[in-house]
Design a protein around this ligand. Structure first.
Ligand SMILES: [Zn+2]
Length: 194
């Protein structure tokens, strides 16, 4: 990107943020020669971005396809309005910023799982069971354990950040048993996921 003042082509990015509803990335740059600052808007060309599928085939990345897949996977789970669109916008922005040309479909799947995990445990499990192709209920239990452990770690670090001791919490090394998961007031009840 040539400096508009001295035409030199080396610049460094000093700030980068989404613009135009995440369809572009706005970058503040500084010319390495004359230190003039200027702004560029970069648009991700979706056709340039390839998704590497499990079987090794490559196809053009399509945000709409990700959104359709997500919508289908989470079925009728209640979602905050716009949350799904936000996740997809975030993904597009994330990929635009990393300037990757090819991305494995698994990487996209794992990225989506991470986002859903923090959004809503039920929606996360629905998506995980479709995405990972669960056939055995034990797979769901394993996933629940992972979920509980990460929640616990989050809780622990929040407690530690506020100066509380994390003693008394189940240690993350000790996985919860199936009985633990479904007894007690704290388990999933299938309703009131908020
Ligand atoms: Zn310059």
């Amino acid at each position: 990107m040539r400096c508009p003042t001295c035409q030199q082509s080396e610049s460094k990015v000093i700030d980068s943020r989404p613009a135009n509803e995440n369809r572009q990335v706005r970058r503040r740059r500084e010319c390495l020669e004359c230190h003039q600052r200027f702004t560029t808007y970069e648009t991700l060309e979706a056709s340039q971005l390839k998704v590497i599928k499990k079987d090794g085939r490559r196809e053009d990345f399509q945000a709409e396809k990700v959104q359709r897949g997500l919508t289908r996977a989470i079925a009728k789970s209640p979602m905050p309005p716009g949350a799904l669109q936000d996740i997809v916008d975030n993904l597009v922005q994330h990929m635009g910023q990393s300037m990757t040309r090819e991305i494995a479909s698994q990487v996209i799947g794992e990225w989506l799982l991470e986002r859903l995990k923090t959004l809503d445990p039920i929606i996360y499990l629905r998506f995980a069971s479709v995405y990972r192709g669960f056939r055995d209920p034990r797979d769901i239990l394993l996933e629940l354990e992972v979920l509980f452990e990460s929640k616990e770690r989050q809780l622990k670090s929040e407690l530690e950040a506020t100066g509380f001791s994390s003693k008394g919490l189940v240690s993350a090394e000790e996985p919860l048993s199936g009985e633990d998961l479904f007894s007690g007031e704290d388990s999933f009840s299938g309703e009131g996921t908020a």
